[in-house]
Design a protein around this ligand. Sequence first.
Ligand code: C2E
Ligand code: MG
Ligand code: MG
Length: 268
Amino acid sequence: MSLAMDIQTELELACTNHEFVLHYQPIVDLKTGRMTGFEALVRWLHPTRGLISPLDFIPIAEATGLIMPIGEWTLQAACRQLCAWQQKFPVDPPLTMSVNLSSKQLGSAHLLPQVERILQETGLAASSLRLEITETGMMDNPDVASALIFQLRALGIQFYIDDFGTGYSSLSRLHELPIDALKIDRSFVTGMGKELVKLQIIQTITTLAWNIGLEVIAEGVETMEQSGQLKLLGCNYGQGYFFSKPLGAAAAGKFIEQELYKRQRSAS
Ligand code: C2E
Ligand code: MG
Ligand code: MG
């Protein structure tokens, strides 16, 4: 049996045995410094190999079709978790959750009824959910993707383009796409202090987004300097190790508690 085959078989087993966990990374409003919500990031909790990065199994899951059950589980678990946090920590505006979608999911006729069912079962408001799709994923089949995104947005869900700047979305199509925000890829943020061109690219993306009425989230913010510069450049939100690494559910719950404590102290 080939190694790839081994992993595929193990991944099938992992789906049956529910070996996945979600970690949650805070997203912060750069103007106010307040956390607005989380991005859910899936990990495979392998019985012998420990925690496996999505970068190592999502491509296999996509190639084998296992992304469908994994994606469904992720969506369900993230919505259920957010609903629990919203009940425990009622803040205004309510906390949000971003969930990554693969282009395979966006090409499936099952996605819309699946999302509707999950929202109904978990009781989560559609307006609290954001779905992320990479530029390349979006452009795999732009017409089908656009049509589905229109329908999902009609429910009240927001759509983000992930890793923006690394794919090949056509700028002429960008303004027609039914999306709400661009997530600037980490590679630009990482390089912005050393290479002027990276900073200029961020500036250009931010201006473009602003001109077509989109918000901007910067990924991979690791330092206070980056956070400050991104705010000056007009980025709305930031996400990265500077604010927090992705956290397990219990630690993410503690993070919310600390955030609320900070808010109370600054209000009094
Ligand atoms: P992404 O959606 O762009 O997620 C951001 C990735 O950057 C995460 O890696 C996160 O841990 C990492 N990151 C965040 N801040 C920093 C930082 O300051 N510095 C550095 N060096 N890295 C940072 P992760 O969790 O390994 O996920 C990798 C990718 O796997 C995600 O990229 C996403 O494309 C994919 N992925 C994760 N969960 C899912 C899922 O549920 N479904 C699908 N289809 N893809 C997923
Ligand atoms: Mg993402
Ligand atoms: Mg990204």
